[in-house]
Design a protein around this ligand. Sequence first.
Ligand SMILES: Cc1ncc(COP(=O)(O)O)c(C=O)c1O
Length: 405
Amino acid sequence: MIIQNGVNDLYSQGAKRTRPSAIRELCVLVARPEVRSLAGGWPDPCLFPRERIFQAMEDLMNDRASALLQYGSTEGLPDLRREFARRAVQEGGRNCDPDRILITSGSSQGLDLAVRAFIDPGDIVFCGLPTYFGATGSISALGGKLIGVPVDDHGMNTEILEWKLDGLKRCDICMKAVYVIPTFQNPTGRTMSVERRRHLVSLAEKYNLIIFEDDPYAELRMERDPVPSLWSLDGTGRVIHIRSLSKTFSPGMRLAWLVAEKSVTRKLTVIKQGIDVCSNMPAQYLALEFMRRKWLDEHIVSLVDHYRRKRDFLLDLLDHHFPEGVKWNRPEGGFFIWVELPVVIDAQELLSEASENNVVFVAGRSFFIDESGDHTLRLSYSQASEPEIEEAVTVLGRLIRKRLS
Ligand SMILES: Cc1ncc(COP(=O)(O)O)c(C=O)c1O
């Protein structure tokens, strides 16, 4: 028997602050074949471009196996950085040279590097109420103090942010950053208006803040024109624009990139050197090959069509099965729909009952750093098949009606 006497006391303060993710905990349930899950924000596995990955990988291994299987530079493959820089210019109309790009192991690493670079224990970071708990978890683990700012139909409410900034500045408190998912936000699916984006960028300048712009869903736009990224609106080098191939290619590849001011990218690169030396080399070559053959763009077009169909399918079911008094939004892209239940229904209790009936979703409270949101929940249409979505919504509709009566 191993006696762990005192080992718990040896954990660092950072390790003691870590909390398990609500979704990872749900994974155990979701893995059961009888469970219908609207919980995880995972891509639909039936859309992974298996054949093309196989074909490109075979060609790459024949042509350049030694490079694929070797260490690479921490910044990432130069040609891949050039490709992302070209795309950044296409999207934002702003000059972007490849020195601003850092390839990362998932956008989770991009955010982690950004937080390590800028946040000391006790520094204040503003975030949405609600927001993605993966990010707030890593900010808190590194000692950042989170302050929530309500998110409404137009994204984070920057008027309220300004009011909070003003109040804290008067008390001489160190405010460092804003963490925001401006497009098809996780969990609400909402998109920040361009007016609020401009306002946020101007506040960052006025109060000397960094913005962590987490943007993994931007390419999954199903309708209307794109809204400019915060990065493209910023003229003072305060935005770290974090992207990902997880939702548009494959999360298992763990491949993502960020764009920042050159000196910031350099600082994050030096931090990354000490963490994982370089990101996955076969995945980098594969992604580059997909872009060169124009396969990635083609793939994204088919993803958007597919997810639009699933979103509409879920929305129609909600209209049909959910009773009056339950509200939800119609996202213009991404993976999520946000549901507000009548106040007499607690989403966590509904989840317990739903999981007894083999249906799961994420109760909203996990996305609120102030532990509010008891009557909210997130539904994802990305991973489940249409028959599974239908079964899940039928059960949820029945349980909600039962609770209301
Ligand atoms: C808002 C947001 N940021 C970051 C991530 C993590 O993505 P990655 O796989 O690129 O690390 C997710 C994943 O669900 C997310 O929703």
